[in-house]
Design a protein around this ligand. Sequence first.
Ligand SMILES: [Zn+2]
Ligand SMILES: [Zn+2]
Length: 265
Amino acid sequence: MNFDYHVHTHHSVDAESPMAEMVAAALRAGLRGIAFTDHLEWYQDDDATGYLSLERYFAELREVQAKYGQQIQLLAGLEMGSSHRFLPQARALLAAWPWDYILGSIHWVAGLPGWEPVAFAEGLELAYQRYFEELVLLAEEGEYDVLAHFDLVQRDAWTLCGRTLPIAPYKPLIHRVLKAVIARGKGLEINTSPWSMGLEDPAPGLTILRWYRELGGEILVLGSDAHRPDRVGQHFARARELALAAGFTRLARFKNRTVVDWVLL
Ligand SMILES: [Zn+2]
Ligand SMILES: [Zn+2]
C-alpha cells in the first residue's frame, strides 16, 4: 500500500525532478518506500537510448539514501524496455550493478514506437494483437521482476485514437503472458497513471487482475509511473480497492530483486 514501485527522475529523458524531490514528495504522501525506475531502452530511435548514466544514477542514489535512508526505503530500480530483444546487453547490465527491482516494459511493438500513430496505422485490432504478442515474448524470455503497465496499448489507443477496445479477444495471449509470469516467479503492478489521463481502468484493470489471481498469481505491487513529484503515490487508495476486488489480500515488497516481505491490503 505505502510503497510506490514506479517512479521516474531526471535520469529519465521524459522527467526533470532530482531524486530528492521525488523522495520529498513520497514522504509528503506518507509512503514508506519508493523504487526509482528510470527508463532504459536499446532501440536506436528511442530518445531514452543512451540517456541514462548509471554512474550518475547510483551516485545520486547513494546521496539520497544517506540523507533519507532512516525515513524511507529507496530501491535501485529500472524500467527496462524490450529486454527480450536485447538479452546479452540486459544480462550484462543487470549483473554489473546492485539492483533491487526491475520493471519490464513494452514501449516498442514489432519494431515500431507504440506511442506513435504509426503503431496504429493498420487499425486498433492489429495494434492490440501485436502489442500482446510482443508482451508474450517479454514475459516468456525477457529479464524483469514485474511487468510494467500490462496493457499499455490501451493508454496509447486512448491518447492517439480516443477509444479503447474490449480485451476479451486477446484473452488467449494474455493468459500466455500471465502463465509465464507466474511460472517464472515474476509479478504485476497496478499502474495508476491511466486514471490520471481519463481512462476508466488502470493498467491492468480488474479483468486482467482477476485472470492473474485465478491462475494463481500472487506477486502484485502498486506503481504511479510518476514523472513529476505531485504524481507520486497517486490513486493508491483506489488501486487498493481494485486489488481487493480482484481477490488479492497482500502486496509484495522487493529488495535485491526478490520478494522479501508481504504487506496486507
Ligand atoms: Zn513505461
Ligand atoms: Zn514508467
